[in-house]
Structure formats: structure tokens, C-alpha cells
Design a protein around this ligand. Structure first.
Ligand code: GRF
Length: 228
């Protein structure tokens, strides 16, 4: 019997790509329901491109500095993505803000990972802001992308404790270990067709809510959405 079709996705990176690596490793498991058909970067020297090459994955560079404005940059990305035949996108440390027009071309088909428990700490410097606030619990989120920055239905979150002597670097490293756990979980749901969006919320197997991975746990729990 032929293997079940895997969802072809592109991973968009701007940097080191440790989340990309976690997705590459997940996709190497035979029953994983998605495959990375393209790694695209806006930075020619992003180490994520090297990770892709090592894994035998096609790469593309669309350097935003080569274009006169965001519309032209996004049109070039869109053309390359369309050519690759991917049906969904994973943003993994992709440091360009995407326009509403671009996001609208991939309705509920773009995932992003963000190093905080959204909606807390949108934007940059999440770890130092959490430390400055005296937060005791921090974490990370995979969400469906909406045009507003770091906004959109939450798919999976992981809790990460803040230790008393943490600095931003130590906390970031602890959060990153959980990013690598939850991004494959979210892509697995998308690839298997188990993820949808109902209004403001994600739905898993048709039930509005998201997954939450407690610290030290291997398996997430389902958190039903409060649908008002
Ligand atoms: C991660 O912290 C991710 O949450 C954020 O950018 C960072 C990318 O790290 N969006 P890497 O390139 O995946 O190592």
C-alpha cells in the first residue's frame, strides 16, 4: 500500500535554525504527516540554510535587500513558494513582518513559533521582559499566523519555569528546548489535517482549544477554549 501523502511545507528562517532542525528531525520519522520541501531564507548566510543542505532539502534565498519594498520582496517569495508546491509554511525565527496580503494567500496555513506564552510578551526581548516583570512561569507558543505581529490562534504552548538566578540567556536556552518539543507537535496536527480554526481559536479534531505541554511532561494536555 502506498504511504499516506505527507503535507509539503516550507520552513522560513533568518538565523541559526534550531527550530528548523527540530522539524527536520521530526520529518525524518517515517509516519510523520508532513515533509519539508523547501527552506527559504531572507538571509544568504543563515545557518539554517546549511542545516537544510545537510538534510538534502532544497533551499532558496530571497534577500529582502534586493527588492524595492515589501510588496516586491513578498511577490518574489510567493513565486518561489508556489514553484516548490508547498501547501503550508512554518516560520522558524523568520525576522520579517509579513503583510496582510501575503498572510491572506495562505489562509490558516502559516504557523509561527514565539518565545513567550502568548498573548504575553509579543515582539522582541521576551526573556528579559519576563525577568524584569518577576515572572515565575514563562514559555513558548506555536500559533496560526494573523497579519498582526505575534497574533493568532494558539495551537500548542509549553510552560517553562523561571529559576531565581536566571539571566535572559539561561532562560532563553531553557525555553528553546521546549520550542523544539512543541513545533513538531503543531506541525504534526497540521499535517494530519487535525488542526482547524474556528473564529478566534484553534480547534483540534474539531474541538476548539489548544495543547499545553507542562514542564517535565512528555505529552501535552488539551485545553478547551472558552468560547463565549
Ligand atoms: C526562537 O526563539 C523562536 O521562538 C523565535 O526566534 C528564535 C529562532 O531560533 N521566533 P532558531 O533560529 O530556531 O534557533
Amino acid at each position: 500500500m502506498a504511504a499516506a501523502e505527507r503535507l509539503p511545507v516550507a520552513v522560513l528562517v533568518s538565523g541559526g535554525g534550531t527550530n528548523l532542525q527540530a522539524l527536520i528531525d521530526a520529518c525524518a520519522v517515517p509516519d510523520f504527516p508532513a515533509e519539508i520541501a523547501l527552506v527559504l531564507s531572507n538571509k544568504p548566510d543563515a545557518y539554517g540554510l546549511e542545516r537544510a543542505r545537510r538534510a538534502g532539502i532544497p533551499t532558496a534565498v530571497v534577500d529582502h535587500r534586493d527588492f524595492d519594498g515589501r510588496a516586491a520582496f513578498e511577490a518574489a517569495m510567493q513565486a518561489r513558494l508556489a514553484e516548490s508546491g508547498v501547501r503550508a509554511l512554518c516560520l522558524a525565527g523568520f525576522m520579517r513582518v509579513l503583510s496582510a496580503d501575503f498572510v491572506g494567500r495562505w489562509p490558516d496555513r502559516i504557523l509561527n513559533i514565539h518565545p513567550s506564552l502568548l498573548p504575553a510578551y509579543k515582539g522582541l526581548d521576551t526573556h528579559s521582559r519576563a525577568l524584569a516583570d518577576g515572572a515565575t512561569v514563562h514559555g513558548c507558543t506555536v500559533h496560526v499566523v494573523r497579519p498582526a505581529l505575534d497574533d493568532g490562534p494558539v495551537v500548542v504552548q509549553a510552560d517553562v519555569p523561571v529559576e531565581p538566578d536566571d539571566d535572559a540567556e539561561a532562560l532563553a536556552a531553557r525555553v528553546l528546548t521546549r520550542e523544539h518539543a512543541i513545533y513538531p507537535m503543531a506541525l504534526r496536527l497540521l499535517g494530519a489535517g487535525r488542526l482547524s480554526v474556528v473564529g478566534e481559536h484553534a480547534a483540534i479534531d474539531g474541538r476548539a482549544g489548544h495543547l499545553r505541554l507542562p514542564w517535565h511532561a512528555d505529552s501535552p494536555v488539551f485545553v478547551p477554549a472558552e468560547v463565549g
